[in-house]
Design a protein around this ligand. Sequence first.
Ligand code: FMN
Length: 323
Amino acid sequence: MQDVTDGAFWNLMHRYGGADVYWTEYFRVHAVSRLEKWIVESIEQNATGRPIVAQMIGNDIPSLIRTAKELQQLPVVAIDLNLGCPAPIVYRKCAGGGLLREPQRVDAILGALRAAVDIKFTVKTRVGFQSVAEFDALLPIFAKHSIDLLTVHARTVAQMYRLPVHYDLIRQAAEAMKCPVCANGHLYSADQALDVLAQTEARGLMIGRGVIRSPWLFAQIRQRLRGAPITLPAGRDVLGYIEALWESQASFDAPERIQVERMKKFMNYIGEGIGTDGQFLHRIRRAQTRADFFRLCRDFLEHDQPLKLEPATANSPAPVTAI
Ligand SMILES: Cc1cc2nc3c(=O)[nH]c(=O)nc-3n(C[C@H](O)[C@H](O)[C@H](O)COP(=O)(O)O)c2cc1C
């Protein structure tokens, strides 16, 4: 996730059990692009011991091939192509989710990249640009190119992050594809994640905002898969997570105010799971100093009650402040 899933964030997730595999934020690819240094550093300094997939976004075939070849030299297990980003600045240039409007172009890009990538080549897609009906034409193209994994974020680009998530289309993909399919979109609890796995017959789950809100979610899903009861964090554990997140994001040369603002980006997700009346988020968004910020966190979280950390209503998706 852009501006979120860097090496420091992966390491933090790993302390709570972590994912089986991590994706980079996307490398932007065009005629004069160079690999973003901070993403390369995250890959090279990956301390989780878990594999990394390097994601690219772009539409220029020679540039995508050049970048894929450079990325293959890094310690990554796969090269992934983003066909889902719904940011207008991206899709208007016909990259990310914008490419879904041009299936023939997707076909050409996948063919060229499949031929050029020696390691695993994977695709992350939405289910259409304007309408879910477009998925019927996209799936045979994904199936044609012997990709190694298809991750389906089961919303259209036009939907942005609104509900519903069309999990039935993930099942359609799982039935049509020879490769494994990974389900993505609005996964927020272990029970719901297992329901989605069963409903879609996907082979894996990709989780974004849900683990910013609760890094315990990965471990809870594993507990449910083993048939074990899930362990809920107490308020104090969540406070500890927020402190660790601050440390992981801290930059010595940034003013305190900027660091507080950076934390608010994460708090948009975490805050959704704290209380039901929105008071925590409302107040944290007004914090100006580190002292104010943590005073508020302590007011709401210095207790031993277990917290589910689910969105207030499962039907209201987390607010999205970027992309
Ligand atoms: C801030 C933000 C940044 C994101 N950046 C990326 C990205 O770089 N690559 C990508 O494939 N998806 C990106 N996404 C989309 C997520 O990977 C995911 O598909 C989407 O949020 C739905 O899953 P979730 O409900 O588990 O978050 C981003 C989403 C957000 C909110």
